[in-house]
Design a protein around this ligand. Sequence first.
Ligand SMILES: Cc1cc2nc3c(=O)[nH]c(=O)nc-3n(C[C@H](O)[C@H](O)[C@H](O)COP(=O)(O)OP(=O)(O)OC[C@H]3O[C@@H](n4cnc5c(N)ncnc54)[C@H](O)[C@@H]3O)c2cc1C
Length: 304
Amino acid sequence: MTLTAEQLSEIEAQRSHHGQTLRAIAPGMERRLYTAHSVLDHGFVRVIDYMGDDAAICQAARVSYGKGTKAVSNDEGLIRYLMRHWHSTPFEMCEVKFHVKLPVFVARQWIRHRTANVNEYSARYSILDREFYIPAPDALAAQSTVNNQGRGELLEGEEAARVLEILKGDAMRAYDNYESMLSTEGQKGLARELARMNLPANIYTQWYWKVDLHNLFHFLRLRADVHAQYEIRVYAEKICEIVADWVPIAFKAFEDYRMGGVTLSASAMDCIRRMLKGETVTQETSGMSAGEWREFEGVIAARD
Ligand SMILES: Cc1cc2nc3c(=O)[nH]c(=O)nc-3n(C[C@H](O)[C@H](O)[C@H](O)COP(=O)(O)OP(=O)(O)OC[C@H]3O[C@@H](n4cnc5c(N)ncnc54)[C@H](O)[C@@H]3O)c2cc1C
C-alpha cells in the first residue's frame, strides 16, 4: 500500500485528535476511523466518517412502527425482521464515507453503483502517480472455458513470466511517455487532461465514496459475491470486515439473509414441495430450463 507522507501525517493527526460528542458512536468503527486497510498491491480502503449504528436502525424503525415494535422488543430481532421483510429505509439512516485507492478498471465497475456520492482525484488538475496494479501470481489466470465472464486455471512458468513482463513493461512505457508529454522542459507540455489518455486501465486512482447502509449492502451483495471479479471482490471483502465492526447486528442479518440466502422462483418452490412429499423431480418434470435446473440443484445440494 502506498500512502503519501502527507496522507500518513494527516491520518496520524486525525487519529490523535479526541473530541467530545453527544452523538451515538460505534466503538468498532471508532477503532477503524482513518486507518488505511491495504487492498491489492497499492490500494487501500479507509473510513473517513460515519453516522449511525445498530441502534439508529432500530430507532428509525420504531418511529415508523410505533407500538407495533413492542412485539419485537430486542434490537437483534427487530433488525432481522427488517432485513427479512425488505423494510430497507431504517438501514438508510446509517451512512459511511470511505477513501478508496483502486485501479481504474476496478473503478469502472464500482462507479456503476449509482446510489452513492463520489468525489474522484482529478487527473485534469493533478499528475497521476506511477502506480499500476500488477496481479500477484495467484491472480494471474487464463480465460475460463465454462464462464465467459470469468477466469479459469492459473498461468504458469514461461507464460506467466511473459504476461507479467508485458503488463509491467507497457505500464512503465506508457508512464514514461505520459511524463515526457507533460514536461515543460524545452516544450510547451501537453495538458494533463490530454496526456492521461494513453495511460493503461491498471493505473491507480482515488476517490471519496459515501453511501448509506442499505445501498452499501446492495453493493456488497453483488461485489463480495464469488461471481464478482477478484479485483473488486477484495475491496468488498475488506469493507465487509469494516461493516461487521460498525453495525455487528445488521451485518450478521445481512450475511444470513442476503449473502447466505437465496431467492427461489415459484416453480422452484413447487419442486421443493413435491420433493418433500417424496416425488422424484427431474429437470424434465420441473418446468425449469436446463440452466435454471442446474442452479436450483446447486442451491439445494447438501453441504458437507
Ligand atoms: C457479476 C456482475 C457482472 C456484471 N456484468 C455487467 C456487464 O457485463 N455489463 C454491464 O454494463 N454491467 C454489468 N454489471 C453491472 C450491473 O449491471 C449493475 O450496473 C451494477 O451491479 C450496479 O447495480 P445497481 O444498478 O443495482 O446499483 P445502484 O446503481 O447502486 O442502484 C441500486 C438500486 O437502485 C435502483 N436504481 C438506481 N438507479 C436507478 C435508475 N436510474 N432507474 C431505476 N432504478 C434505479 C435499482 O433498484 C438498483 O438496483 C455487472 C455486475 C455484476 C455484479
